[in-house]
Design a protein around this ligand. Structure first.
Ligand SMILES: [Zn+2]
Length: 189
């Protein structure tokens, strides 16, 4: 009988060591952000060898990325984006992140704190004006997830709905690039 073998874990880009890890806290925030679909999320993590997640534990990043991609393909890119958006409601946020630039800077710091075996500076930003900037993200996560997280953090920290658009002519992880670049615009007050 022919069966399709389960895909192995993804190969991470050269920005990450093959044994790079992600914090249990990060995974638990993602599960909490899944809300009513949490059980499904736990199942998919389990299929990828991630079980009994503890907040202080560290887990293989490649397996976690594979699980997120499976969530995206089984539940759809919009669900993945929605999960990303809900994440700031489930992570401890330090006080004082209350300006456009401080939020822009927080993505890289949060990523570096929650991942090991990654080159520092996975997520960088450049201000273009008081309300426009670009964010370049070299996380190993699916584009829709990253994008949801960005929208969610601005929503949570500045109570505002930013526009996040893929920059034309830039590499994209979905097309084999190592990074994606987004133009972020604050609405006019
Ligand atoms: Zn992309």
């Amino acid at each position: 009988m022919l069966t399709t073998p389960a895909p192995g874990p993804v190969t991470l880009s050269r920005r990450f060591a093959p044994d790079a890890t992600v914090s249990g806290g990060n995974i638990l925030s993602m599960l909490a952000a899944m809300g009513p679909f949490r059980r499904r999320g736990e199942q998919i993590l389990q299929e990828n060898g991630i079980t009994d997640v503890q907040v202080e534990g560290w887990y293989p990043l490649a397996a976690y990325v594979t699980a997120l991609q499976a969530i995206g393909s089984k539940m759809g890119p919009n669900t993945l984006s929605q999960i990303g958006r809900q994440i700031p409601n489930h992570v401890p946020l330090p006080p004082g992140i209350d300006t456009f630039e401080k939020v822009l800077a927080s993505f890289g710091m949060a990523f570096d704190m929650n991942h090991r075996g990654a080159e520092p500076g996975a997520i960088t930003y450049k201000m273009a004006s008081a309300r426009t900037a670009t964010i370049t993200t070299g996380t190993p996560y699916p584009c829709d997830f990253d994008r949801g997280v960005i929208v969610g953090f601005f929503q949570k920290l500045l109570s505002t709905r930013v526009t996040v658009e893929a920059m034309e002519g830039c590499p994209c992880k979905a097309r084999g690039g190592e990074t994606c670049t987004y133009a972020v615009t604050l609405p006019l007050m």
